[in-house]
Ligand binder design. Structure first.
Ligand code: FDM
Length: 212
């Protein structure tokens, strides 16, 4: 199976501001796909279980301070340490639903003022998603949802900048879904879009790399 593209799984990424509903929608999407008999797993970045992930977690909860470029590279390393497992899962036919990925990496760091191309550079060569589902919500609405949990980036002013940076990253794999709709409507739309992509990958769309 050289090339490994026959009957592979799809790489589906959910992106959006904090409190946009990514995490609950990712779980619902996983249940839907599994219920339809697909092999699927739910991943998330940062993956706080690795030693790099623990450094990221300490930074996010303000237990440690790191230079902006240093934390950017740690987020990137946290994706690189999972790249080969990601590729083998996809090639073995498992669809991955990923709660945040490289787009978070570039959007959050460039919202701090780092150059976008500099932010993308360490991400070049990571697997490109087949589909990015962007849960679109005005930053003010997201802030009203039960408040933020107190982590470093959960501030309205910063989330406004992140929203602008996300918008500049749109590419052909990107689909906006209005995250202000009722939960079940969002769930249904995500499922429909995701199923199209899962089917396309099954019939042999090749894997590709970011950000080329
Ligand atoms: N975040 C997440 C980044 O700044 N860069 C990244 O590469 C990733 C994956 O970390 F505020 C930010 C986004 C968010 C925070 O995310 C932790 P979760 O989804 O709340 O764990």
């Amino acid at each position: 199976m050289e090339g490994g593209n026959e009957s592979r799984g799809a790489l589906i990424v959910l992106e959006g501001l904090d409190r946009s509903g990514k995490t609950s929608q990712s779980s619902r999407l996983l249940s839907s796909l599994e219920g339809l008999g697909y092999s699927a797993e739910l991943w998330r970045f940062p993956d706080r279980t690795t030693s790099v992930g623990q450094m990221i977690s300490a930074y996010l909860s303000n237990e440690s301070q790191l230079d902006d470029r240093t934390i950017h590279l740690l987020f990137s390393a946290n994706r690189w340490e999972k790249r080969s497992l990601m590729e083998s899962k996809l090639k073995s036919g498992t669809t991955l639903i990923v709660d945040r990925y490289s787009y978070s990496g570039v959007a959050f760091s460039s919202a701090k003022g780092l150059d976008v191309e500099w932010c993308k550079a360490p991400e070049i060569g990571l697997l490109a998603p087949d589909l990015v589902l962007y849960l679109d919500i005005p930053p003010e609405k997201a802030a009203e949802r039960g408040g933020y949990g107190g982590e470093r980036y959960e501030r309205l002013e910063f989330q406004r900048k992140v929203a602008q940076c996300y918008h500049a990253l749109r590419d052909p794999s990107w689909k906006d879904v209005n995250a202000c709709q009722p939960i079940e409507d969002i769930e249904r739309q995500l499922r429909e879009i995701a199923l199209d992509h899962v089917t396309a990958c099954k019939i042999g769309r090749p894997l590709s790399n970011l950000w080329l």
